[in-house]
Design a protein around this ligand. Sequence first.
Ligand code: PDD
Length: 286
Amino acid sequence: MIWFDDRFVPESESKVSYLDRGYCFGDGVYEVFRVYAGQVYEGAAHYERLVRSAREIKLRLPYPLEEIERIVLELIERERLRDGSVYLQITRGVAPRAHSFPPADTQPVLLVYASPAKRRVESMRGGIAAITRPDERWLRCDIKSLNLLGSVLAKQEAEEAGADDVILHRDGIVTECSASNVMIVKDGVLLTHPANRLILHGVTRAVVLRLARELGIPAEERPFSLETLRRADEAFLTSTIMEVMPIVAIDGARVGDGAPGPVTRRLQQAYEATIPASALSGGGGQ
Ligand code: PDD
């Protein structure tokens, strides 16, 4: 089952209108929630960001937030989802194609579906390889907009280069990855781009910064350059799906000694301590 356009329907019965503004313009916002042991992880932070993203693009929520939260919980229950993710998007609805907003009574369209997924335990242990590319996205990356072409093209380049992900930079300043935030460690200090309009304010990013504070790891939210990235002792990315994922190679060169570093490991362990124990082994899927 999925939630689509006002009701729970079997996947096969969901039909997107060719005039849906999400389909034509990418006019909408989305969220990806992690579900561990049947529970939404950091739900409040995701809902807060959803409300903010919608407000920033002047999109009305189709229902009160409490109703949306209820739909998500019911979907998790109906799907008997234990470990996985929930994808939620809201588009500005169906209306004759015109760039300006549709008539005020156009009903926004909510889609919610659940997918079982295992934690990427192997990669978290061994680390992944990344390439660097110019950040060619728009200037409101703080909005979780459905327009993802900049990320799609960058991630595809990574794949074609045989890398797992791509670290983006604007004029030599490192911003984030295609679907995650990036952090480095240099001389014991954790560095990550400030949460301004040039990056998504990641929920995982905020959790990791909080954990760093609790562990007494000095952390600074300030811009850093590609050269600093290349000299980093450790690097990792953070996201709802990837959690704390070590980056052990950048553009073919090893990061530090080419293995996940001690600060990354400590943060991984601290992050795991915030997850229900039954989800840790990789998650049982459905
Ligand atoms: N991506 N930066 C970007 C550009 C993202 O798309 C994401 C999330 C993040 C990390 O945010 P969080 O920690 O809240 O997941 C950072 C989701 C998972 C996606 O698009 O699939």
